[in-house]
Design a protein around this ligand. Structure first.
Ligand SMILES: Cc1cc2nc3c(=O)[nH]c(=O)nc-3n(C[C@H](O)[C@H](O)[C@H](O)COP(=O)(O)OP(=O)(O)OC[C@H]3O[C@@H](n4cnc5c(N)ncnc54)[C@H](O)[C@@H]3O)c2cc1C
Length: 432
């Protein structure tokens, strides 16, 4: 293996394009594996936009392996439960007991400010000696005999035995190497992080992640920064998504989308940031992320709809898996780049494909209306809080080979009698 990091090396072992959570966590992991790594970020400064992020045990397990879990815990919050409620009547549908979840998986479920997580990885990269460069927009990729070359916007080039493209949803690498388009879900997300004392009277659960699911909309709340702040995400189907307007989903649509929701949700809507919103886009899963010595990673490889809260986690897992395969090479020898890349692709594609397609299905389920909504509620209420059939395949240990990947959970259909019983009960309460 190539000797340890030299920040000033002209030709690092690995060029990582993109200094988001995926790029920085991967750069750190590869440096730990004994490789010299340079990050090329197009922005003038490293940073993250947005508010909170949820980190399930499949991520906190990796943070622990990196020696970063205690630092992350000091910045985030360990909530007590994830509670799912109906957005129209606020009734509880199902919950996860996060203390029990931690016992099952061995690692906690955490919520943290995105900028705190990003800064955590940035500090870790600096300590590890990653060469961190900003104002470096990569516009081209090509394979060479001994690796790959990137071209920057100013015409300069850089080369390395391996190039990792972690340049996000609108990845230039993906456009160059795959050429597919993003897929619009027609949904849009608004975010906010507000001081907790401003919202104490809104019926919030200060120690839980609460997800209200409703017709064509949902609303998420959880505490941040030691419980001093409340994170909110409001997501709805935009009536202008197909109108040809470039910035569809504007703030004029937000209030109308949540007008008939329950009190705790409606009280949260005026607090949403209205100067920025996120159109919910993903891409169809693809089987090939590795093109010679250029490897796609994170959202560039597998951008999901965020409904499973696994997008950033998958990026962090990608970097951990790639580094594990590179660090398993014989000490003293050159890395077997092709073997490591093949192993990375063999295990990560299948898992991320599942997350992407499950997230789409999750979105359809959350946003149901009328009878399908009531049937969904019946099924969700019938779930045992301590049934982990839905979570084992995703919160369990990150697989390094395809045979370690647990089988997909197949839901057992409820009897139609149960659906009819509860449907009648709900109709009697005047539910929509
Ligand atoms: C509303 C919402 C909520 C979410 N909640 C969660 C959650 O709870 N948990 C979770 O795990 N995930 C969540 N996600 C998903 C998560 O945010 C993303 O999957 C994750 O940030 C992707 O990280 P990335 O590093 O791959 O890409 P990005 O964060 O997009 O980073 C890409 C980086 O590459 C840089 N770049 C781009 N192009 C170039 C170029 N040509 N040259 C050089 N640099 C370039 C960019 O400036 C950026 O710094 C959520 C997403 C949304 C929208």
């Amino acid at each position: 293996m190539t000797a340890a990091t030299s920040p000033t090396s002209d030709r690092p072992d690995v060029l990582v394009v993109g200094g988001g959570i995926g790029g920085l966590s991967t750069a750190f992991a590869l440096t730990r594996a004994g490789l010299s790594v340079r990050v090329l970020e197009r922005a003038k400064e490293f940073g993250e936009v947005g508010a909170g992020i949820q980190l399930a045990p499949n991520c906190t397990r990796i943070l622990d392996d990196y020696g970063l879990l205690d630092e992350a815990k000091g910045l985030g919050v360990l909530p007590e439960n994830i509670v799912m409620r109906d957005a129209l009547d606020a009734r509880e549908l199902t919950r996860l007991d996060l203390a029990d979840l931690e016992r099952r998986y061995g690692y906690p479920y955490m919520v943290i400010h995105r900028s705190d997580l990003h800064a955590l990885f940035l500090r870790a990269c600096r300590r590890a000696g990653v060469d961190l460069l900003t104002d470096q927009k990569v516009v081209g990729y090509e394979n060479t005999g001994a690796g790959a070359r990137v071209t920057l916007a100013d015409g300069r080039t850089q080369e390395a035995p391996l190039v990792v493209a972690a340049d996000g949803l609108h990845s230039t690498a993906r456009a160059t190497l795959v050429g597919d388009d993003v897929v619009s879900s027609r949904y849009v997300a608004y975010r906010a992080a507000v001081p907790i004392e401003e919202v104490r009277d809104n019926g919030i659960a200060e120690k839980d992640v609460v997800v209200y699911i409703g017709p064509r909309c949902h609303f998420v709340q959880y505490p941040l920064r030691g419980g001093e702040m409340l994170n909110q995400v409001a997501v709805f189907e935009s009536p202008t998504a197909d109108s040809g307007i470039e910035r569809w989903g504007g703030p004029d649509e937000l209030d109308a989308a949540f007008a008939v929701t329950c009190d705790p949700v409606r009280k949260g809507i005026p607090l949403m940031w209205r100067d920025r919103w996120w159109q919910m886009l993903d891409r169809d899963p693809i089987d090939t992320w590795v093109h010679g010595r250029v490897a796609l990673l994170g959202d560039a490889a597998h951008p999901p709809l965020q409904y499973m809260a696994q997008g950033a986690i998958m990026a962090i897992e990608d970097g951990w898996v790639l580094a594990q395969h590179l660090s398993r090479q014989q000490v003293g020898a050159s890395p077997n780049w092709s073997a490591a890349l093949a192993a990375y692709q063999a295990v990560r594609v299948e898992h991320c494909h599942r997350v992407q397609t499950t997230a789409r299905a999750w979105g359809r389920l959350w946003h149901l209306d009328d009878l399908p909504r009531r049937q969904r509620n019946t099924i969700m209420r019938a779930r045992d809080t301590y049934d982990y059939g839905f979570t084992d395949w995703v919160y369990g240990p990150t697989a390094l080979t395809p045979d370690e990947e647990p089988a997909m959970f197949t839901p057992v259909p409820l009897s139609s009698a149960a659906l009819e019983d509860d449907g009648a009960g709900l109709a009697g309460e005047g539910a929509r």
